[in-house]
Ligand binder design. Sequence first.
Ligand SMILES: *Cc1c(COP(=O)(O)O)cnc(C)c1O
Length: 378
Amino acid sequence: MAPLYVARPLLPSMADLNDLLAGVWESKMVTNEGPLHDRLEHALADKLGVPMAKVFSSGTSALQCALLSLELPVGAEVITTPLTFPATAHAITALGLKPVFADIDPETLTLDPSAVERAITPHTAAVIGVHVYGTICDVERLQRICDRHDLRLVFDAAHAFASEKAREKIACMGDMSVFSMHATKLFNTIEGGLVTSNNSAWGERLSLSRNFGIASEESVQSVGINGKMSELHAAVGLLNLELFEEERAIRRGLRARYDLVLQRFPGLKKQLYQPDVYQSEQYYMLRVDPDAFGSTRDDVCHRLKEREIIARRYFWPICTDYDCYRNYPITSLQAVPVAEQVKTTLLCLPFHSGVTNAHIETIASVFEDLHAGVTIAV
Ligand SMILES: *Cc1c(COP(=O)(O)O)cnc(C)c1O
């Protein structure tokens, strides 16, 4: 069997892609906000039910441009979670802002609003919540805190594409939501990013910040980067927009099968189920309690790897383990922050339409062996 990775890119048929690209080649309009780019923005706004959608070259450039557009004071503090992909914290730092890490809730694993409140100082300018693994943040409490303290609220929604909570669109929450459309995400443009907002007024500054701050031929208005999406990536996006719901439905079925197979083992805690959330199905995350299960998360990961099942220990290391943020504390209500307690237990299993029944049997047998304490000679 070929190795089974945690993610597999959703790809359109080459014939469909060629048809779209033939037009691009014909026109020679290959980038700089071309027609496919504009079509994709409209299609995304429509699909996500949001008035404004701007596409970018990556989730990282989308995060940076969102922060640039907010025009936060130099050196201002931005409160975020330590349990995320490096891009969230690095986008803050790269713009000369300071990431401040607040602890996570033990159940949702998203930013704990009480910890956020504690982390606020006179220098705080914004909060970035992450809907980690597709689990939605306590948006209402975060919004109330931000309103009370006059802070901007941004969501890193890279794991929550086309998600809803209590029938409200995730893309409409906070000041802005930022999505990644990287190949590993449910909906992808191979490389790409997206910023959405309920407030269309942000659109102009977002467009400026992704295009070097160029307002017209004769005017450069503000600091900006090159965050533009090419026509090739937009073409993949337009086609994948027709395909991702089917992929999501397959993953929903896969989640149910994993749940069923793994429920017999003590010490495995599945991802929190939020009954009012329409899940993106970005990840299947488990927590392995070594005392109750009998083996550690790392044992499980290594043993799966021997069988060519490549699970990932997302998100470990957490941000405060990185060399560049080692001296940054985690503001917490606990003696040992929740993020520190859970970081060695998290495991994401392969989660995409390429996972077969045979794969699931192999995975189940690895858990069975480890739980029974069987060791194989090396
Ligand atoms: C993937 C991801 C990003 C970064 O997106 P890129 O498109 O790879 O730049 C940011 N935040 C989170 C939570 C992610 O998972």
